[in-house]
Design a protein around this ligand. Structure first.
Ligand SMILES: Cc1ncc(COP(=O)(O)O)c(C=O)c1O
Ligand SMILES: C[C@@H](O)[C@H](N)C(=O)O
Length: 370
């Protein structure tokens, strides 16, 4: 029997729990395009209340949640959205806001903590001029994935929200991991997003639902979002099957996120003891651990390939960095096993004992094409 795989590539890899599968099987459903799926309607109302917004809409992915949100806010040709140069919307969503929505991105440098300097956001706001696009939106990301799962504080979020209001702009939060931020900061999630006009929340990441995200905002925003979801092919029929699992994820997994963060810090502390690695355990705020390989003879792809031979999966994120992401289906013993495998992998690579396959465009299970 294949030994267990310790999958630390992402928190998107969780498998639905038995409770989720049972809820999916038992879900009361109906056609949510020609009518209303009752389970979807209940779940959307639950999420709107939880997030402190008027309404909510279940969508197939976080990418679609962000795309719909940006396009609803920027519904006039020549619109521009201010967003981080290292944000998921800008880096990992195929440029959808531009290629599909015709929205011009105005990037502001992301700081190592995931924020954008407030004065640089203000400076990026266009003044009316025949040559310029029109700024209509500011996008934040909380937690910030490419910054190592860093949390944006409620004070910072409120400050950006104030700037948006002063300048007549909207604020969208890519809240793929907003519950991780809420738990890590000890701030209720509705308070953390109070300043936002819209939020996209991933249910299929650390919360463990098999599929989907939910966007929240005003009733008017969600009505427009529903039309755009259909335009993008995201109208779903008996979607209650998915919403039932998502409801169980919210019910059962939010309470486990703090433990994911604890395991991430434990993993970082263990990695710190391995001499070929630099990592700052103090920088681990939520469920992500980024570490650098200091030996130039070993690449992240090399290390990930050898880890994969030991049934540990990780994600190369740059020419010298690797990312581990913790989730509730990773145990403390899995963390210990991963640490021993990292040490073994370095030994094998440095003694030349590792069997490395040539990477065909990063096609190993651990590769992410960074
Ligand atoms: C910060 C962030 N936003 C959005 C997304 C997109 O979500 P999805 O993969 O469901 O499209 C992801 C990851 O997938 C993410 O990490
Ligand atoms: C990389 C990104 O698309 C994905 N959301 C992840 O964090 O794994």
């Amino acid at each position: 029997m294949a030994s267990k795989v310790v999958d630390l590539r992402s928190d998107t890899v969780t498998k639905p729990s038995e409770a989720m599968r049972a809820a999916m099987a038992a879900a009361e459903v109906d056609d949510d395009v020609v009518g209303v799926d009752p389970t979807a309607q209940r779940f959307q109302a639950e999420m709107a209340a939880l997030m402190g917004k008027e309404a909510a809409l279940f969508v197939p992915s976080g990418t679609m949640g962000n795309l719909i949100s940006v396009l609803v806010h920027c519904d006039v040709r020549g619109s521009e959205a201010i967003l981080g140069d290292n944000s998921h919307i800008h880096v990992y969503e195929n440029g959808g806001i531009s290629t599909i929505g015709g929205v011009h991105p105005k990037t502001v440098r992301n700081n190592p903590d995931g924020t954008m300097d407030v004065d640089k956001i203000v400076a990026a706001i266009r003044h009316p001029d025949l040559h310029y696009p029109t700024t209509r939106l500011i996008c934040l990301e909380n937690t910030h994935g490419n910054s190592g799962g860093k949390c944006l504080s409620v004070e910072y979020t409120d400050k950006v929200g104030e700037i948006a209001k002063i300048h007549g702009l909207k604020l969208h939060i890519d809240g793929a991991r907003i519950f991780n931020a809420s738990v890590a900061l000890g701030v209720p999630v509705d308070r953390l997003v109070k300043a936002a006009d819209s939020v996209s929340v991933c249910l299929s990441k650390g919360l463990g639902a098999p599929v989907g995200s939910v966007i929240v905002g005003s009733k008017d925003f969600i009505e427009k979002a529903k039309i755009l979801r259909k335009t993008l092919g995201g109208g779903m029929r008996q979607v209650g099957v998915l919403c039932a699992a998502a409801h169980v994820a919210i019910r059962d997994t939010v309470g486990k996120l703090a433990d994911d963060h604890r395991k991430a810090r434990a993993l970082a502390e263990g990695l710190k003891k391995i001499k070929h690695i630099t990592v700052d355990p103090a920088s681990v705020e939520t469920n992500m651990v980024f570490f650098d390989i200091v030996d130039p003879r070993i690449s992240p792809d090399n290390l990930c390939q050898v880890l994969e031979q030991h049934n540990v999966l990780a994600m190369p994120v740059s020419s010298k960095s690797i990312r581990f992401v913790l989730h509730y289906q990773i145990s403390d013993s899995d963390v210990e096993y991963a640490l021993t495998c990292v040490e073994k992998a370095f030994e094998e690579l440095l003694k030349g004992g590792a069997r490395l396959e040539p990477l065909a465009n990063g096609t190993t299970r651990s590769s992410y094409g960074h």
